[in-house]
Each structure stands twice: as structure tokens, then as C-alpha cells.
Design a protein around this ligand. Structure first.
Ligand SMILES: [Zn+2]
Length: 109
């Protein structure tokens, strides 16, 4: 519980702004909370991508093995197009995303 000397009051961390300042007088009374994503989240995300990627390879193997090569080609083309579009979209929006992160602070997302 952060204590503010100026206001003589305990503050609930949930009722404080993300920079650790007092909501009443603005003095910094607590460490800003650590909002970085933990490393094991990225490990889990990587494992999910690897697993789903392998299941996708198995899907294409099954489609080709079942004589549905046309569907495999159409699906593969749509997939490559979607990934290329997503990559272009992420590449394009990256500069304005940095500005938004500094303004939004500890917002969702
Ligand atoms: Zn205060």
C-alpha cells in the first residue's frame, strides 16, 4: 500500500495512475508497476505457433494424400496471401503504434 506524506493517506495501487503518482497531489509515491510481458508468455506463444504450424503441414499432407491437391493449392495460396497481407499491415502500422504506446501507458493490449 503506497503512503502519501503530503495527503497523509494510503492509496490502493489499483486506484493510482500507472506512473505511481498520488491521484490527489501528484507526488510520486510508488514504483511504476512492471507492465512488461513475461518471458514465458513468448515461449508459450512460440510453442503454439510451432504446434499449429506442424498441424497445418499435416493438413496439407492429408489433403495431398487424399487426392485433394486442388484444395491444398487454393488453401495454401490463400494462407500465403493472408500472411503477406498481415505482414504488410504490421510493417505499415509499426511507427504509429510506438506513439500510441507512449500515450496510452498501461492501457489494454
Ligand atoms: Zn498525495
Amino acid at each position: 500500500m503506497p503512503w502519501c506524506e503530503g495527503c497523509s493517506k494510503f492509496w490502493n495501487p489499483n486506484s493510482m495512475p500507472p506512473d505511481g503518482s498520488c491521484p490527489s497531489c501528484g507526488d510520486v509515491i510508488a514504483e511504476p508497476p512492471d507492465t512488461t510481458v513475461p518471458w514465458h508468455f513468448w515461449l508459450l506463444a512460440l510453442l503454439v505457433v510451432v504446434y499449429l504450424g506442424w498441424r497445418l503441414v499435416q493438413l496439407f499432407q492429408w489433403l495431398v494424400g487424399s487426392g485433394l491437391t486442388v484444395i491444398a493449392v487454393v488453401l495454401g495460396t490463400a494462407l500465403v496471401g493472408s500472411v503477406a497481407w498481415l505482414g504488410a499491415w504490421l510493417w505499415r502500422r509499426e511507427p504509429e503504434d510506438d506513439e500510441g504506446a507512449s500515450v496510452a501507458g498501461g492501457g489494454p493490449g
